[in-house]
Structures are given as structure tokens and as C-alpha cells.
Design a protein around this ligand. Structure first.
Ligand code: NAD
Ligand code: UDP
Length: 319
């Protein structure tokens, strides 16, 4: 039995990772400050003797004896990471330093949840891990993008300088149950709007693209990467290669929810990447991994989740 620390474990992806690692017979410590996550996401695990919930902020040091660390703590939705950009940078950078220090002391393996945002508004398409990216270091997305880029740099430095066993996963757009009702990302926005028959808000002309992966696929990719031998550090792209425009996504969600919503155009946020699609050759080769869940199948499961929560205020991020 391994003792595994998951920072951001009460968040959208983190809570599914808690489920998976407990199911595999591990002892799981879920650490979260509940900035964007919620106890609701892991309430079904309370009482499990192999599950421990800790309220803690990763910008402060944390002491525990662990075998593995998945570092997911960080607000991930543009709407939320832009509320307090200084805190977002601190979370990525100081969080990485604190968790890498913990990994160094305990000799634990540590995995960083990095992001396709390190590629910024990419000029190379699809994006391989060798692409250095096109990020505006001063723009509204920079607290997240540069924070995550600095975290990657810290991970590589602890690997080279201190021999810490690191893994970097670059996660592409992920959706699924447990993303908060007002998370602000496109899939949750569109589903909630469609279920309420409210206008579906497409930003810009809707021609920008994203490649959406279902949460179970990303969890499987992260676990496989953690289980690789010490020579493999990444970065490794974890994403679905099926690319959709935002306007197509709106139409698909409208159809699947049988919604009366109209589709309305809103201004495009600053520095919104125009296209995004992962090259996952590396993940296929070294992890034997590829996404298994098609968009409509994953959306159907996600819509069922939102239908069951839509009238509850417990699933809304409160400020
Ligand atoms: P989320 O907002 O649901 O989860 C983040 C969790 O981290 C929340 O539970 C939040 O309360 C917690 N947290 C934030 N700041 C913290 C702090 N200072 N100390 C302790 N806990 C803190 O988002 P998510 O989509 O589950 O993302 C999880 C991770 O995966 C993030 O690091 C994100 O950058 C990365 N990622 C996600 C996606 C995606 O599409 N979902 C894509 C790329 C990368
Ligand atoms: N988007 C949109 N309407 C919304 C929310 C987002 O059109 O209500 C667009 C957004 O401008 C972007 C895409 O959907 O082009 C994905 O946005 P999201 O915030 O989900 O993720 P990210 O931009 O970080 O990939």
C-alpha cells in the first residue's frame, strides 16, 4: 500500500484521482484549501479509513511521510485564476517549491499537473512537447501560464540538482462531472446555460478550437505517468486529439440537452488561444495511453451530472 498525497484533491480532477487511487488500494491524503474545490466532491469518501482530508494551503510548507505526490492545487478556470492573479502565481510557484521540498525529504515521486496553457496561443499545430510556446508574459492569462511554466522549470531543476523523481503532465482541456456549476469554463457554462434554457454564451466568433478530454481519461494518463520508471520525467501531453470549434461545441450541447437556448456572441477575452490540439505520440509510446471516451459519450454523462445538481447552491463557488 502506497501513501499518496493529492494537492487540490477536492477539485474537479483531484476528486476523481482520489477515487481511482483509493480503488487501487492506496492510502490517500487529500489536501485542499477549498478555493475552487468543495467537500461535496469527496464527501462520499469521508469515513473511508484509507482517506484523509486536510485543509491546507500549498503556499505554506506541509509535513507528512508520503510515497507519491500529485500536485494539482491551483485554480484552473480563467474566470477564477484571474480574480487574484498574485495568489495564482504564489500557488503555482510556492506550491511547487513546498511540494518539491517534501518530495526531496521523503524521496517521494512527484507529478506536476501542468497545462496546455504553457503553449500559449500556439503557432505550431498540433502541439508537441518540444514546442516552447507563445505566451504573453504580461497579459491577463499570464499569472496562470507563467506560474505553470515556472513550476515546470522548478520541477526540472529539482530533478537535475537534487535527483528528485519528477513527472510533468501537460493536461489539455478536460471536462466531466464535479466541475463546479459556475466554474466558468466552456463545457460547464454551456451545459448549465442549456439546461436552464438561458442564452449560450459563445465568446468571439466561436471559430476558436479546443480538444476536449473526459476526466476518466486524464486520470488514467496521470496514474500511468506516475507509474513510469525514474528515467521518464516528461513533459508528456495528456489530451484528446479530436478538435472542435467552440460554436460546434455549443450546437452539440444544445442538441444533447434538447434545449431551447439561443446561441449568443460575447466579446473574446484577451489572449484567448485560437486553436489547441495535442500531439500525443509521446504518451502513446511511453505510457501506452490514449483517450477512450468520445465527446458525445462524455458529454452525455456530464449532462446527467449537471441535471442532478442544477438546483443546488452547494455546487457553486462562493466568494
Ligand atoms: P479545480 O479548480 O477544480 O481544482 C483545483 C483545486 O485546487 C481546488 O480544489 C482548489 O480548491 C485547490 N486549490 C487552489 N489553490 C490552492 C492552494 N493554494 N492550496 C491548496 N489547494 C488549492 O481545477 P481542475 O480542473 O480540477 O484542475 C486541477 C489541476 O489540473 C490544476 O493544477 C490545473 O491547472 C490542472 N489542469 C486542468 C485542466 C482542465 O482542463 N481541467 C487543464 C490543464 C491543467
Ligand atoms: N468560452 C466561450 N463561452 C464561455 C466560456 C468559454 O465561448 O461561456 C470559450 C473561451 O473563450 C475559449 C474556449 O471557450 O475560447 C475554452 O474556454 P475555457 O475557459 O473552457 O478554457 P481555456 O480557454 O483555458 O482553454
Amino acid at each position: 500500500m502506497k501513501r499518496i498525497l493529492i494537492t487540490g484533491g477536492a477539485g474537479f480532477i483531484g476528486s476523481h484521482l482520489c477515487d481511482r487511487l483509493l480503488k487501487e488500494g492506496n492510502d490517500v491524503i487529500c489536501l485542499d484549501n477549498f478555493l475552487t474545490g468543495t467537500k461535496r466532491n469527496i464527501e462520499h469518501l469521508i469515513g473511508n479509513k484509507y482517506f484523509e482530508l486536510v485543509r491546507h494551503d500549498v503556499t505554506l510548507p506541509f509535513y507528512a511521510e508520503v510515497d507519491e505526490i500529485y500536485n494539482l492545487a491551483c485554480p484552473a478556470s480563467p474566470v477564477h485564476y484571474q480574480v487574484n492573479p498574485i495568489k495564482t502565481i504564489k500557488t503555482s510557484v510556492m506550491g511547487a517549491i513546498n511540494m518539491l521540498g517534501l518530495a526531496k525529504r521523503t524521496k517521494a515521486k512527484i507529478l506536476q499537473a501542468s497545462t496546455s496553457e504553457v503553449y500559449g496561443n500556439p503557432e505550431v499545430h498540433p502541439q508537441p512537447e518540444t514546442y516552447w510556446g507563445n505566451v504573453n508574459p504580461l497579459g491577463t492569462r499570464s499569472s496562470y501560464d507563467e506560474g505553470k511554466r515556472c513550476a515546470e522549470s522548478l520541477f526540472m531543476s529539482y530533478y537535475h540538482q537534487n535527483g528528485v523523481r519528477i513527472k510533468i503532465a501537460r493536461i489539455f482541456n478536460t471536462y466531466g462531472p464535479r466541475m463546479r456549476l459556475n466554474d466558468g469554463r466552456v463545457v460547464s457554462n454551456f451545459i448549465v446555460q442549456a439546461l436552464k434554457n438561458e442564452p449560450i454564451t459563445v465568446y468571439g466568433n466561436g471559430k476558436q478550437t479546443r480538444s476536449f478530454q473526459y476526466v476518466d481519461d486524464v486520470v488514467d494518463g496521470l496514474v500511468r505517468l506516475m507509474n513510469t520508471n525514474n528515467d521518464i520525467t516528461g513533459p508528456v501531453n495528456i489530451g484528446n486529439t479530436n478538435e472542435y470549434s467552440v460554436e460546434d461545441l455549443a450546437s452539440i450541447i444544445k442538441r444533447l440537452t434538447i434545449s431551447k437556448s439561443e446561441i449568443v456572441m460575447h466579446p473574446l477575452p484577451d489572449d484567448d488561444p485560437m486553436k489547441r490540439k495535442p500531439d500525443i505520440s509521446l504518451a502513446r509510446e511511453i505510457l501506452g495511453w490514449e483517450p477512450l471516451i468520445e465527446l458525445e459519450q462524455g458529454l452525455t454523462q456530464t449532462i446527467d451530472y449537471y441535471k442532478s445538481k442544477i438546483d443546488s447552491t452547494d455546487y457553486i463557488i462562493k466568494r
